[in-house]
Design a protein around this ligand. Structure first.
Ligand code: C2E
Ligand code: MG
Ligand code: MG
Length: 707
């Protein structure tokens, strides 16, 4: 920094002394005040003035007064150098703006030292000013050019603002679509989207109360044309510096584009692509949120299952059924209100989520309306289904959404299984007990399948089958039994469907096969190598691509004679994959194994399609045998089933024979074999072997005589 010093003194010698002393600075001199003022006109960069007081024309005090008049001399440092000794003059000089008062005669060293101090102060001041200028310059540049909106407010009020209270940068104006004046007139609260205002105001209140020093949020500003702009906003308190009392700063970044993408993604993640309805994921989120917030007085979910859809897909193709589902979605959507939202949770499943309903009657009434809609929509396609209702317990703290939806599914499936025509079924404690038991059975099966050490046990019983021609046992049916430590004995009608549903039937079925093969080998060991064993095979096992290979592997490993094996397959299997099933059966029969259709007459295949079934025997279902107890026997079709089966080359086995008159009828109409409590209940392995032994040795005749 160049230091320019003006020495004003009427003493030429004093001027010279000082000038000589300060050679390193630029020194100007004047002999009186008038000349001094003239020099000031020519030089606007004088930093230091050494001023005598007693001078002709214009004395020092007059110079001081003149300088005080003008703002541009504010920073000028003035040292009075005088032979006036009085304190009054010193005070007067200092009051008029001088910073130092030195008495003559000039003491060189002292004067030099004091001038050096003032020069040092001047330099320090200059440096400070320079830094401040730089800062101000940088701030202004950033403020004006920043790609984010910046507003600095000097007011703690969101609405009452005036020109002096706000600084707004161009980007803030651009993002909000409003000029500074418009922003001031409106106040930020008025141009904030109502949905974001509560949170914004609450956070702002906390900021003003000093509870927080900043907050951030995504929010929408309303533009003058009514459209909205999404911004990410950070608001922070500003700490006052000196006289400057700003209150807070608000930074905003336009995130409309990101928000648009986010909203599109959200839409996709919350909706089903085909029907455009909300999907299961969104239902789960909503249920979880509502459970936490407890905003509604009552909540319920209604599950709608459409049945037979798969069969229609098999017959008419995927597009056909997809269009039916879309139609169902559209029809059901007509029942939506703000309190009744509709979700497409799975291919053939829909869920209504109801809040703030009055009572159970309202739910029933609503379900009746849904049922009517669906019945009229699906009358031609003969689609049925079930409707389940689950009222959500509002007091329950932890709600496991998955469990909730599983319960709903149970209710709708129960309705479907029981009625099949959109009747309503509430989820209740009885169903709950059923579900719990089902889970326990599943656990027991899973433990057995995984061969985990537990006291749960899978074993087989064997029920004799009698050849009516010879009157003696020709084979046994192997029937699986489950004994669970927790549940006691569980009948197969209960655990087999669960095993099928969970696909545990594959490992469980394999264990059954192995046990049955052991029994066949035991029979062989004991010399009964003509006695066969029938094994029940579920559709899921049969359609498992590894099934046949694994079966042949076991047959090879255990050296089982193929002619002793009969596989019993239920009739319903043939409905879905008729050709596939026949191919598998062909492959099995080719090896010499026997195939029987179980529960014949109860399934879908009907007698008309019987000839398409490439099997060895038909096991006539117990319901036809029960009918033989009817006094009006002439109306029984059991004899027709037998004769038709014979015509098609099938052997017939009557299941569930309990009474002698049933036996007489079956014998009379040429049924080949019988099985039932009349002969024996299913028996444990040792008991079955003893039973066989006794029957073959002639001590058991079953009231039959060989032909
Ligand atoms: P199913 O294969 O039709 O077996 C005949 C069922 O009728 C057996 O019931 C048997 O105990 C019962 N039964 C036999 N004679 C009479 C009778 O005179 N009166 C009455 N009331 N019932 C009789 P169970 O053992 O309870 O088996 C039920 C069903 O469970 C079986 O029907 C079969 O479909 C299935 N099942 C049993 N074991 C297995 C298995 O290892 N695998 C598969 N996939 N299913 C099995
Ligand atoms: Mg069977
Ligand atoms: Mg059966």
């Amino acid at each position: 920094m160049l230091i320019k010093i003006l020495v004003v003194d009427d003493s030429a010698s004093d001027r010279l002394i000082i000038e000589t002393m300060l050679t390193e600075y630029c020194v100007l001199t004047a002999c009186d005040g008038v000349e001094a003022m003239r020099i000031f006109e020519e030089h606007d960069d004088i930093n230091l003035l050494i001023l005598d007081l007693n001078m002709p024309n214009m004395n020092g005090f007059q110079v001081l007064e003149a300088l005080r008049e003008e703002e541009r001399f504010d920073k000028l440092r003035i040292i009075i150098l005088t032979n006036y000794d009085e304190l009054d003059n010193e005070i007067k000089g200092l009051k008029l703006g001088a910073v130092d008062y030195i008495r003559k005669p000039i003491h060189m060293e002292s004067l030099r030292a004091r001038i050096d101090v003032h020069v040092a102060l001047l330099r320090a001041n200059h440096e400070l000013e320079q830094k401040l200028d730089e800062k101000t310059f940088t701030f202004d540049m950033v403020f004006d050019q920043a790609p984010i909106g910046i507003a600095i407010s000097y007011s703690s009020h969101p609405e009452k603002l005036d020109e002096a209270m706000v600084r707004v940068n161009p980007m803030f104006e651009q993002i909000t679509g409003r000029t500074k004046e418009e922003l001031i007139n409106a106040g930020w609260a008025k141009i904030t989207h109502p949905d974001d205002l509560v949170k914004d105001m609450e956070s702002f209140r906390k900021l003003q109360a000093g509870e927080i020093n900043k907050y951030s949020m995504g929010k929408r500003y309303i533009k003058p044309d009514g459209s909205t702009v999404w911004v990410y906003m950070v608001v922070a308190s500003l700490v006052p510096i000196g006289n400057n009392q700003p209150n807070h700063i608000c930074l905003i970044q336009d995130i409309s584009e990101r928000k648009q993408i986010e909203m599109e993604r959200k839409y996709i993640s919350e909706h089903d692509r085909w029907t455009g309805l909300y999907n299961r994921d969104y239902l789960e989120v909503l249920l979880a949120n509502d459970a936490k917030q407890k905003r509604s007085s009552s909540r319920a979910v209604i599950g709608i299952d459409l049945s037979n859809i798969q069969f229609l897909t098999a017959n008419y193709g995927f597009i056909y059924t997809q269009n039916l589902i879309k139609k169902a979605a559209e029809a059901l959507a007509q029942h939506c209100t703000d309190n009744r939202l509709l979700f497409h949770t799975h291919e053939n499943r829909f869920v209504f989520y109801l809040v703030d309903y009055q009572d159970r009657n309202e739910l029933i009434y609503f379900c009746d309306a849904i049922a009517k809609t669906l019945e009229s929509l699906f009358a031609i396609d003969r689609i049925g289904g079930g409707i389940g209702i689950l009222e959500i317990d509002q007091d329950q703290k932890e709600v496991e959404i998955d469990l909730l939806l599983r319960r709903l599914l149970i209710a709708s499936e129960m309705s479907n299984n029981m009625y099949g025509k959109f009747e309503t079924c509430f989820y209740d404690e009885e169903l709950e007990a059923l579900v719990t038991r089902e889970r326990d059975v599943m656990d027991a099966l899973a433990a057995i399948a995984a061969e985990k050490p537990s006291n749960d046990e899978l074993f087989l019983q064997y029920q004799p089958i009698i050849d009516l021609r010879t009157g003696s046992i020709c084979s046994f049916e192997a029937l699986a039994r489950l004994r669970s430590e927790k549940l006691g004995p569980v009948p197969p009608v209960e655990f087999i469907p669960i095993a099928e549903k969970t696909k545990l039937i594959n490992p469980i079925g394999e264990k059954v096969i192995i046990k049955a093969f052991h029994f066949i080998n035991k029979l062989k060991e004991l010399g009964y190598d003509a006695i066969g064993v029938s094994i029940n095979i579920s559709a899921i096992q049969l359609l498992n691509p590894d099934f046949t290979d694994r079966l042949f592997e076991l047959i090879g490993q255990m050296q089982v004679n193929l002619k002793n094996i009969c596989l019993e397959i239920t009739e319903s299997v043939f409905v879905s994959d008729h050709d596939d099933i026949n191919n598998i059966i062909d492959k099995l029969r080719y090896t010499g194994m026997e195939i029987a259709i179980d529960d014949f007459g109860t399934g879908y295949s009907s007698l008309a399609r019987e000839k398409e079934l490439k099997v060895d025997s038909l096991k006539i279902d117990k319901c036809f045998i029960d009918k033989l107890l009817d006094p009006d026997l002439d109306r029984s079709i059991t004899s027709d089933i037998i004769s038709m089966a014979h015509k098609l080359g099938h052997c017939t086995i009557a299941e569930g024979v309990e009474h002698a008159n049933q036996l007489q009828y079956l014998k009379k109409h040429g049924c080949d074999k019988i099985q039932g409590f009349l002969i024996s209940r299913p028996l444990d392995e040792e008991v079955a072997l003893d039973f066989l032994h006794r029957s073959l040795s002639g001590s058991l005749t079953f009231g039959l005589s060989a032909e």
